[in-house]
Design a protein around this ligand. Sequence first.
Ligand code: ATP
Length: 771
Amino acid sequence: MKFALLDDELIFLQESTYSRIPSWRMRAVRGDLRCPGCGAALRLVAGISFEPLFSHTAEPCPLQGLEQPPEHLLVHRSGEETAATVAALPASDQRTFGSYRLPTGKPIGNTAGSGERPKSEAAFRKKLRPRHAIPHLAERPPDPLHPEQKRAVLSTEGPLLILAGAGSGKTRVMSARAAHLVQDKGVDPRSIMIVTFTAKAAEEMKRRLSNQLTAQQTSRLICGTFHSIFYRMLLFHQPERWQQERLLKFDWQKRRLLQESGQLHDAELAGRKDAEIDGALGVISRWKNAFITPDALEQLDCANEEEKLAKQLYPVYETAKQAYRYFDFDDMLLGCYQLLQSEPAILARYQERIHYVMIDEFQDINRLQYETVRMLAAPQNNLCVIGDDDQSIYAFRGSDPRFILGFTKDYPAAQTITLEVNYRSHASIVGLGYSLIGNNRIRWKKEFKTYHQEEGESYLFYPEDEEEQAARIVDEIRQQLAEGASPGQFAVLFRTYESTRPIIEQFIQAALPFQFTHEQELFYDKQVVKWALGYLRLALDPDDSSALREILSTLYISHEQWNAIRSQAILDDCSLLEVLPKLPNWKSYQRQHLQKVVEILRALPTCSPRQALELVYEDGKLRDYVRKRMKESHSASQTSWQDDLQQLLTAAKRHDSLPQFLAHLADMNHQAKTLRKQYAAASEAIQVLSIHRAKGLEFDTVFLLDLVEGALPHEYALDELRKQQSHALEEERRLLYVAITRAKRKLCIGIPLERFGRKTKVSRFIAEMEK
Ligand SMILES: Nc1ncnc2c1ncn2[C@@H]1O[C@H](COP(=O)(O)OP(=O)(O)OP(=O)(O)O)[C@@H](O)[C@H]1O
């Protein structure tokens, strides 16, 4: 139904009141929205693809589904208070509805909660129509393979480049091609090498092949990622050098090796922050994959501070690794290349064995992988590479779309087959992808066609902020689940992990099954968040020693001073907070600040969580402290600290009291930690994925978070653009293209009006693809 009672006032869901949805939603959670008919509590359901409505939480009553309340109920329920509220308005601002007099010209209902927003700023949602329409396939061939796909399957000899758009059946073609080689041409499966980009893709390939080949044939194929195949080769030839326990899997392991090896004691390198070293290690990895060895560093021009540090660290890191006989993933690729280069007999053995090579996601290959594969595929060069230059999204790892674009130069005899029919997505989604990616300049121009006649559904929706964005997605999914969808049909995609906290929390609260792999630290474990929460905890319990300990550094209190505070509190038999400003040897400015902080903390318990945080940030000078620490660290990853503070504010908006807010956060943190260890089957869970991880996958409905400037395109790409560099922006465009083309039927793009507490600007990519 479209109406409800709130504080005895009748409220209506209509375009002019949609900006009230976030505050009404909060009131609904507290049970304040009531049905004027039966008096039961109502839920506010505001998804994306349907009009918002109020719904009974338990038994529906006869009013359920009505647009307007029946007259008799209005007369019956007509409350004097409501009449009085409205009566206070001038007559010109009133209109009558049944026996109610209602205000006109402004939204009806309670004004608590979020502020007013001019209506023009945002629609509830709108259909996103593509700038360029895409032709449908004239007829749908009955065969499981389209003629061009078939040609790709049957062209087995010599080099072959298959340029394929998103959803054009690459995986289908690769598996059919391998099956054709084995079944129809009698090729020994042990002589076929299939390289995929991820272990998940390799699994999928084997699963599909197992439907067409015997189990023995499937198991004999050489099928896996570059790392897994190359590693097997290295282990076979040099087992002592490549023992698994000596593999440095994570950045922190590499950093620790550097720190503990004593190699960082060079004056230039000592005192570097962890984040700076991690950044430089990333650059070193990229260089290694581009086959830039330490000997080649002399000639290398560094583009920025990070590269300068990487140049210094590269030889140091290599020496440290060799000293302890460790190796990393990049060493596996380099090791395999060097093995084949330096041992012609070993190379010849592989060349005699491997007769057919197929490489998926070829757009993301790097120099080292490419050169190694070229050696293995020679001399027959039955090398089939398949990829989509528009989906090249791993430049930061050394991938280079130039290899796919230059393949026919390296192999002049190569055939080229283009697969341009998108079998996955409904027409409007294909059109959006096409309209968007056409704005990239460095690409292989292709025509697109859609297999599906259906238009599909694509929406832009404009929530007030990140929390409301998550709430809208939750409501949309619930609605679709009620209509028979299964959780595995949905994916929520994001550009960076900063976008994920609200959606994860709301999935937890709504008890929806989801899968989320997160290697980074949880939001509430971040130092800057722990500082802010430390203040709130101390406000509620002036004797909470762990809370005070948490914020010591923000108050510039040393450990000796901390010990003195604790002793004094015991001696005076008073709380830590009381004793804080009284210690005798504070400098006067410090004592003044501590007095101020104590005053603030005493005031906090009566404030709303949002006001409390604002007081801590501004009057308590936490924001100044964070800014200072960020400046000292000079690290790119620290720039999100201010955003973290803002995110906490956004989360606080939804809560009334400090104890409730802190209990909620503790619960969320606990649940998020527990969930990390649980892995629901993908088919039974909503997938929350970074766009990078979503590559190669498909879902019935895709939600895309935060299509705003600074998020997608990422701030980094915008910085590059200011320096007249457009490569990074083109990669961001490809990322969005990958994200859009994961959707089969429905695509919902969120554009929060505020993000991290700041007004947002719609992503420039929307205008590029929208009609
Ligand atoms: N000839 C065909 N007829 C009908 N459906 C097809 C055909 N070829 C592929 N499909 C379907 O289209 C979808 C996309 O196929 P696939 O995943 O192989 O594409 P892809 O090119 O690997 O996609 P991407 O690169 O975007 O990840 C799948 O659901 C697949 O089953």
